[in-house]
Design a protein around this ligand. Structure first.
Ligand SMILES: Nc1nc2c(c(=O)[nH]1)N[C@H]1C(S)=C(S)[C@@H](COP(=O)(O)OP(=O)(O)OC[C@H]3O[C@@H](n4cnc5c(N)ncnc54)[C@H](O)[C@@H]3O)O[C@H]1N2
Ligand code: PPV
Length: 163
């Protein structure tokens, strides 16, 4: 199944005020092209309430199957993406977040600074990714092989998981 409805949400103060090109959002859009259509794309500042309301709107009103966020997962005072994401998730999928961190630690010790969450609201998978273009690519590469199956299961695919 490859017809999923996807959202790409970039969290960046500089990006939102037009001071930096959203290279990471562009990479995400390219990387998920084979999974479905990007129906929502926005660059917003690192404001927790705005992140929460955007995620809720994209899941509850737009009915997206997958939302990828980039940016704001680290330790800077304005990094609020994981806090906002935690507020909207019904449940976490720690294995997916830890798989990204584990693989990323082989690339940079700074990977342990990312507080990225992965989880589900209703039937939508929400994935936090770091802000840098390199971080985005390296982290999403880890999840991509499991995404079609994960998304199909969330939509109610009854087939066996084996193999
Ligand atoms: N596999 C990897 N994992 C991680 C990496 C990595 O290189 N590979 N980087 C690690 C680092 S360093 C940190 S810190 C943490 C958390 O990162 P954040 O989510 O807090 O990232 P930001 O502070 O939002 O951004 C960092 C840096 O990236 C550039 N940037 C940000 N947004 C954009 C954008 N939309 N387009 C282009 N460039 C962007 C900018 O220079 C920011 O200062 O993650 C680790 N994980
Ligand atoms: O402007 P942002 O939010 O992308 O933050 P920074 O570049 O300071 O990480």
């Amino acid at each position: 199944m490859t017809d999923f409805a996807i959202g790409v949400l970039t969290l960046s103060d500089k990006g939102a005020r037009g001071a930096r090109e959203d290279e990471s959002g562009k990479i995400l859009r390219e990387m998920v092209a084979g999974l479905g259509e990007v129906k929502r794309y926005q660059v917003i500042p690192d404001e927790e309430e705005l992140i929460v309301s955007t995620l809720v709107d994209w899941v509850d009103s737009a009915g997206l199957d997958l939302i990828l966020t980039t940016g704001g997962t680290g330790l800077s005072p304005r990094d609020r993406t994981p806090q906002a994401t935690a507020r909207v998730l019904d449940y976490d999928i720690p294995g997916m977040a830890e798989a990204m961190r584990q693989a990323s630690l082989a690339k940079t010790p700074h990977a342990m600074l990312s507080r990225a969450l992965v989880g589900v609201r209703r039937r939508c998978l929400i994935v936090n990714l770091p802000g840098s273009p390199k971080g985005v690519r390296e982290n999403l590469d880890v999840l991509l092989p499991a995404l079609p199956h994960a998304l199909a299961k969330l939509k109610g695919d009854p087939s066996d998981c084996a193999r």
